[in-house]
Design a protein around this ligand. Structure first.
Ligand SMILES: [Ca+2]
Ligand SMILES: [Ca+2]
Length: 72
């Protein structure tokens, strides 16, 4: 699921921590790890505020299932 980096079907603070670890700002390439590739919602090789916007749309809260289409 988009934004669900720890694969427990929600998007919550634990997932945000994983996202933050990849966030380096616009035009700074992420490290290429699977988590960072998933954090790069718009597939432009960075994890920046645009990706954070998509992450926010996917935020569901602890133990609330994420919408599979949230990032669209
Ligand atoms: Ca999660
Ligand atoms: Ca990006």
């Amino acid at each position: 699921m988009p934004g669900d980096f720890d694969h427990d079907c929600d998007v919550d603070a634990a997932d945000f921590a994983a996202f933050q670890a990849c966030a380096r700002g616009p035009a700074v390439p992420h490290d290429g790890s699977p988590t960072c590739q998933d954090s790069d919602f718009d597939d432009d090789e960075d994890v920046d505020v645009t990706d954070f916007g998509a992450f926010q749309r996917c935020w569901s809260g602890e133990d609330h299932p994420v919408d599979p289409n949230c990032a669209n």
